[in-house]
Design a protein around this ligand. Sequence first.
Ligand SMILES: NC(=O)c1ccc[n+]([C@@H]2O[C@H](COP(=O)([O-])OP(=O)(O)OC[C@H]3O[C@@H](n4cnc5c(N)ncnc54)[C@H](O)[C@@H]3O)[C@@H](O)[C@H]2O)c1
Length: 250
Amino acid sequence: MDRLKGKIALISGGARGQGAAEARLFVREGAKVVVGDVLDDQARQLANEISAKAGEQAAVAVHLDVTRAADWRAAVDTCQRQFGGLDILVNNAGIFHMAGLEDTSEELWDTIVNINQKGVWLGMKTAVPAMRQRGGGSIINISSVAGLTGSTGSTAYHGTKGAVRLLSKAAAVQYARENIRVNSVHPGLISTQMIDIIPPEQRRAFHTILPMGREGSPEEVANVVLFLASDDASYVTGAEFVVDGGLNAV
Ligand SMILES: NC(=O)c1ccc[n+]([C@@H]2O[C@H](COP(=O)([O-])OP(=O)(O)OC[C@H]3O[C@@H](n4cnc5c(N)ncnc54)[C@H](O)[C@@H]3O)[C@@H](O)[C@H]2O)c1
């Protein structure tokens, strides 16, 4: 309890899946949360549900398309006007596609790069001045095990998630003296709607490879993100956290 007391967080792609688990957990730990997503109705419903449970307006929803600088500015403005500042950014929004190198169209490439890679950079660029005003902050960029190792498909996804890993380290080095910490989180196979596009037989095959023999839950990723968001991680920056049931160790 209270590990984020007095802190204000912005979570991109927060309407469902891992982002929603983080929004619920952060508020339980004392934070105020702005949920940004393109899924406006789901984001609003979640913010209402969280606020009702907290007995106060602990969460609000904003329309945030992470590829648009104006949306990011409006989201950070909401954090400041509604709650008084910004301490934590979770760059969680992302899309997944299963297309190998030659099957990736230029349009698909641009879409994935814009959301998964440009979106993370834009989020950090917009959040840093607001965090500076608070004397520091914590940025958690959600990469993937696909940002650490390759596979036969999902070329653009691998490329963007690898970029998120090093974007995080570059920003960590740049802002360390300003007390703004930046870390990347690398989930493995996590039970959210994102992986419903994996054919069932392929998904079952994954389970046999996974050392823990099962998919992770959004809450299991959220627990690691909470640690990085909190002052418990005060000496942790530029690091990568694998949350994959042992997959990357195989
Ligand atoms: N589920 C997994 O197995 C897995 C594994 C590794 C990494 N990840 C990463 O975790 C993060 C969260 O994914 P999830 O598993 O919760 O999946 P999800 O599909 O449930 O959630 C992704 C969220 O991002 C939002 N989003 C998509 N495009 C957006 C945009 N342009 N602007 C703002 N929001 C946008 C979606 O609306 C959705 O709410 C993603 O970055 C994903 O790549 C997921």
